[in-house]
Design a binder for this molecule. Structure first.
Ligand SMILES: NC(=O)c1ccc[n+]([C@@H]2O[C@H](COP(=O)([O-])OP(=O)(O)OC[C@H]3O[C@@H](n4cnc5c(N)ncnc54)[C@H](O)[C@@H]3O)[C@@H](O)[C@H]2O)c1
Length: 335
């Protein structure tokens, strides 16, 4: 049994806590949230215990691993404390919106022998995984083009957009990671164009809600990512990898795989209503992968360095958007 504690009893913290409680080889020992009422409600539902402080978790011998699912501005500090306490960590993205803070945590993590996994949960979607497997096994030959579509059903509240770091750091970050994971490469250059076409208020706070990006990979492969904060038809996420021998797709996933044929028409259900409904199973699969890592199994998982890599691409993309020029991407390695 792996003993867990979780920081954050909000939206995604509740998802992780529920998955830990349901996992046959995990035990959710503590929940901590600065909003004690939220922690209490969750602890009551999952028969767990509310920690009165983070220190209680750091000193608990029965806590082997922590999930950091609290607000973004708390991740770096909690990561640093977890490293010092010798706990394994599953940390939600992003590590921090300040890139220098991310680098300093990555540097600190060099001293830790414990696994630190970043919540790039899309890597664990079963269709995306099958695309990855086909590419890695050479089914489509040499990768030449990757097309990624990321279209949310509706924009989040403006209050969220203002603290999210913007579309690239918040939404596209998952797709920067997917592009690297699928190709086994990190892009050398990015060009981004975008506008606030969905809601001018998003533009007024300095962000875009509609964007297209081109990434150039060292092998010469090209990657295109399109993002929108609004569809009129549900959540739209797709992957296509095109290579010298063929193509592999993770298609737009419909809510149900049925079609009604009548009156010279075919009626089929549309996509999932929201990103969460579409991707919910991937969170449990990601947690299971983390648990298998802790059990000593050979599992490839998204690391802190992968989190930093995706954020560095996001920073370069933002610069490209602002300056309207392609921007070279500079990576950083800990000493
Ligand atoms: N991987 C994904 O697809 C995905 C999806 C959603 C959210 N996230 C990330 O998860 C994080 C949380 O997002 P959310 O939507 O659940 O937000 P939320 O606002 O619903 O929940 C955040 C919770 O953290 C608590 N909190 C704040 N400071 C804390 C501290 N110091 N210690 C413990 N708890 C603290 C808040 O009281 C709140 O209950 C964000 O960083 C977000 O980017 C990732």
């Amino acid at each position: 049994m792996i003993g867990f504690a979780i920081f954050g009893a909000g939206f995604i913290g509740t998802v992780h806590a529920t998955n830990i409680a349901a996992h046959p080889r995990a035990h959710l020992r503590y929940i901590y949230d600065v909003n004690r009422r939220a922690a209490e409600q969750l602890a009551q539902r999952l028969r767990s215990t509310v920690a009165s402080s983070p220190e209680e978790i750091w000193s608990a011998a029965d806590v082997d691993a922590v999930v950091i699912a609290s607000s973004t501005n708390t991740h770096a500090t909690l990561l640093s404390q977890a490293i010092q306490a010798g706990k394994a960590v599953y940390c939600e993205k992003p590590v921090d919106l300040e890139i220098e803070r991310v680098k300093s945590v990555v540097q600190e993590a060099r001293q830790s022998p414990r696994p630190i996994m970043i919540g790039f949960s899309r890597r664990f979607d079963r269709n995306h995984l099958a695309v990855h497997e086909a590419v890695q096994q050479g089914e489509i030959g040499k990768v030449e083009m990757v097309l990624l579509t990321s279209r949310a059903q509706e924009p989040p509240p403006l209050s969220y957009i203002q603290v999210s770091g913007g579309q690239f750091r918040d939404q596209t970050i998952h797709f920067f990671d997917l592009a690297c994971w699928l190709t086994n490469e990190a892009p050398v250059e990015v060009y981004a164009a975008g506008a606030a076409l969905v809601d001018p208020a998003i533009g007024d706070v300095g962000d875009v809600d509609t964007s297209m990006l081109i990434l150039k990979m060292p092998s010469g492969a090209l990657c295109h990512i399109d993002n929108s904060r609004r569809t009129t038809y549900g959540y739209d996420e797709r992957i296509e990898v095109f290579g010298s021998r063929g193509m592999v797709q993770s298609r737009l996933k419909p809510l149900r795989e049925i079609s009604l044929y009548r009156d010279h028409q075919v009626i089929s259900p549309g996509p999932y209503p929201s990103w969460f409904e579409r991707l919910e199973p991937s969170f449990a699969t990601a947690l299971d992968a983390f648990i298998r890592v802790l059990e000593g199994q050979q599992v490839v998982y998204p690391t802190l360095l992968d989190g930093l890599r995706a954020q560095l691409i996001a920073e370069a993309a933002l610069l490209s958007l602002r300056q309207n020029v392609p921007v070279k991407i500079t990576y950083w390695q800990p000493a």
